[in-house]
Design a protein around this ligand. Structure first.
Ligand SMILES: [Mn+2]
Length: 241
């Protein structure tokens, strides 16, 4: 019986990272088949410029996801800061379900808050300003109305620019803000939060209005190391892939 619930994030799939693509396809055709549900918490792709982009490895990934959802494993996806243009057409083609930027799930009576993680990095003011702008319908329509070749080119430029910007930012600014974490968990009445984005995998214990709480940070995938978080109905554990 399909029982486990698996959580992954930050694979940053791209044309260049063939090992990670292969590892992910193996995961979809192997481990994920015996899971009840798979939650992908953002940045599955290193860049997503529209659901009409079928350049490699997108088509391979879509087919593998479709085969998994056809098998009965439910797949949920929440957009990251790299693939926030991923939309309904992708969901229709693969059978996955899109989640909002914050989603609450309640497996086995446990209330868990899911998010990508970028919204929690409130110290990074320039990024939050960009996020607000780029999530408007007007901005997205403007981008998606451009021809595919122009979007492919722009994405290459954007990735390069983001690499240089990141080098200049301090490590603290790029981590979550503790106050935002607590405020958000209380707003959603959850004592467990799972997110990715920061690439700092860990389980943080914290206190929330006198109660024990946990913030679980998922690992990004590397070509020689990848893992998922598994909820087996009783507890969480990290599993190597
Ligand atoms: Mn991210």
């Amino acid at each position: 019986m399909k029982q486990d619930i698996l959580f992954i994030s930050d694979l940053h799939l791209s044309l260049e990272k063939t090992e990670i693509t292969r590892r992910f396809v193996d995961f979809l055709q192997g481990r994920a088949l015996s899971a009840n549900a798979v939650y992908i918490l953002g940045d599955l792709f290193d860049a997503w410029i529209g659901d009409d982009d079928n350049t490699p490895p997108n088509k391979t990934i879509k087919m593998a996801l479709k085969a998994l959802t056809d098998s009965g494993t439910r797949v949920f996806l929440l957009q990251g800061n790299r693939d926030f243009l991923l939309g309904q057409r992708f969901a229709d083609e693969t059978g996955i379900m899109l989640l909002d930027e914050y989603a609450v799930i309640e497996p086995d009576g446990k209330r868990i808050l899911l998010t990508h993680g970028d919204l929690l990095c409130t110290d990074d003011l320039p990024y939050q300003a960009f996020r607000l702008k780029s999530h408007s319908a007007e901005w997205q329509q403007n981008v998606l109305s451009k021809p595919l070749w122009l979007r492919l080119l722009a994405a290459r430029w954007y990735r390069l620019r983001s690499f240089w910007h990141k080098r200049k930012k301090t490590r603290d600014i790029m981590d979550v803000n503790q106050h935002t974490v607590i405020e958000t968990m209380q707003r959603y009445c959850c004592d467990t939060l799972i997110h990715g984005h920061t690439h700092r995998p860990a389980i943080h214990d914290l206190t929330l209005a006198g109660h024990e709480a946990q913030r679980i940070v998922l690992a990004d995938w590397k070509k020689d190391r990848a893992e998922c978080l598994c909820w087996d109905g009783l507890r969480f554990r990290f599993e190597a892939i």
